[in-house]
Design a protein around this ligand. Structure first.
Ligand SMILES: N[C@H](CCC[C@H](N)C(=O)O)C(=O)O
Length: 290
């Protein structure tokens, strides 16, 4: 079966985007993994699937599959690419656009200057919101936030992390210097820590000033990415709750800059969305090779 696809990225976080409205797309974990494979497939951090909505108030349904094949709740950089794709492909001219994700609706708007803004939906902070087991852990109150001391394997040490759900789960660690911090060791140890029953995205945040951070994210199901939109939201919100940051926050990632606004209720992200190329792939031939 031949699928048309579009390769896109948001601040270097890259995606294979599939039109499931005009094509019959059944995306399985095996197929998502094959498409995301950087040697035998197209290569991507996540696969994004555009479908007709189930929710009566939504324009489209927006589904996200990590490079490891797992379907997840949200993807911020992907949401900006999603609305750019819908407009470029002529699927809709609505702007703003309402996209249905697993936890409800998000509102996306493409500005004339090419920047895309996204109302990122709900935030949550309790252990159950992240399928996290805090039993017996040391905690530290930090203004509105609670920090949990997470024991990692000996070579990775220990971290104090904030819990933030942007529909998907994030553990945010404040570090002195994102360039020298051992993200390659601590990222995987946090991502698959047994206390996170559904695993977690691990964010490492360096505070530059009250309106500016640098961020690296070791993503659940994808590894370290050049940028993570929900991770940028989680880090900014954690920093504001800890009294370290004021909204709006500029988040510098290795792939580009994002702006996050949060007033305690509405969470808004603004950033770029780029179309790289269009292609076709025989999905059955691809999965047969893996
Ligand atoms: N890169 C994405 C995050 C994908 C989420 C995925 N890594 C997960 O939650 O498992 C973003 O821009 O928000």
């Amino acid at each position: 079966m031949i699928w048309n696809f579009t390769k896109m990225h948001g601040a270097g976080n890259d995606f294979v985007v599939l039109d499931g409205v005009r094509q019959s797309i059944e995306l399985t974990p095996v197929r998502a993994r094959a498409l995301a494979d950087r040697h035998f497939g197209v290569g991507a951090d996540q696969i994004l699937l555009v479908e007709n909505p189930l929710h009566p108030d939504a324009d489209f349904r927006y589904r996200i599959f990590n490079a490891d094949g797992g379907e997840v709740e949200h993807c911020g950089n992907g949401a900006r690419c999603f609305v750019r794709f819908v407009h470029e492909q002529g699927l809709s001219r609505r702007n703003p656009l309402r996209a249905e994700i697993s936890t409800g609706l998000i509102v996306l708007h493409e500005a004339d200057d090419g920047q895309v803004s996204a109302d990122m939906g709900r935030t949550a902070f309790t252990p159950p919101d992240l399928a996290f087991d805090p039993a017996g852990l040391d905690t530290r109150g930090c203004s509105e936030d609670t920090l949990y001391r997470l024991d990692l394997p000996p070579e990775a040490g220990e971290v104090w992390c904030s819990l933030v759900a942007i529909s998907n789960p994030h553990a945010v660690v404040q570090v002195d210097d994102v360039d020298t911090h051992p993200v390659a060791r601590q990222g995987p140890a946090i991502e698959s820590h047994p206390r996170f029953a559904q695993r977690v995205n691990a964010g490492f945040m360096q505070v530059i000033d009250r309106r500016h951070i640098r961020l690296r994210v070791y993503e659940r199901g994808a590894g370290e990415t050049l940028a993570c939109g929900t991770g940028a939201c989680a880090a900014a919100v954690a920093g504001i709750r800890r009294g370290l940051l004021d909204s709006p926050v500029r988040v510098d990632t290795r792939g580009g800059a994002l702006q996050i606004d949060w007033d305690g209720q509405v969470l808004r992200m603004q950033g770029p969305a780029t179309t790289v190329f269009h292609g076709q792939i025989d999905i059955d031939a691809l999965t047969a090779t893996l």
